[in-house]
Design a protein around this ligand. Sequence first.
Ligand code: GRF
Length: 222
Amino acid sequence: MTRIKVGVLASGRGTNLQAIIDASESGKIDADIVVVISDKKDAYALERAKKHGIPAYFVDPKGKSREEHEKEIDEILRKYNVDLVVGAGYMRILSPWFIRRWYGKIINIHPALLPSFKGTDGQGDALRYGVKITGCTTHFMDELPDHGPIILQAAVKVKDDDTRDSLAERILKVEHQLLPRTIQLFAEGRLKIEGRRVKILPGDSWKEKYETYPDVLYCEGY
Ligand code: GRF
């Protein structure tokens, strides 16, 4: 099987990036991360990339329009012949211009069960609202934030004594499963967008191949 080339956008510590790097290096996914781009100079994600010999770019948004900033990012992604762009904790809203250029080839992970709790603190918002179940979602990106067609979801219980951070950590462990799995489904050509719905073509299941958390409900396609 040919391996796809993945470009990752990240703003923070990059544990999701690390999960993809690990899955790539161990052969769990047929994908190579060929470039990591950040809008934050000190993002630890850039260090993680460098440690694994992956080209890492800081693209400074300061003093540029959104389109100028994204044009630079777009040029880097094209230079590396990226097949799939992955938002892994990229905290900047992408313009319709950028999204249109990559539609169907750009995915994101969100730490809540969309369409609930969009935005930058999906875990804290879920806890404050009082839901008993939350989780995480991977989706194709479209022109609205946290809105595009959903690929995979997994449901995580909220515990009585959860803090925002304990809940975020429990969800994060599941994000680290869902994101590589989503990339592998894309690499296998098994994701078909039909309007708002993503059809997952038949094939193997990670539920049968790899360990799962007994308390977590994984959607079809995991
Ligand atoms: C994750 O919870 C992701 O879902 C959200 O931001 C966080 C990024 O974490 N969008 P990391 O940088 O991958 O560790």
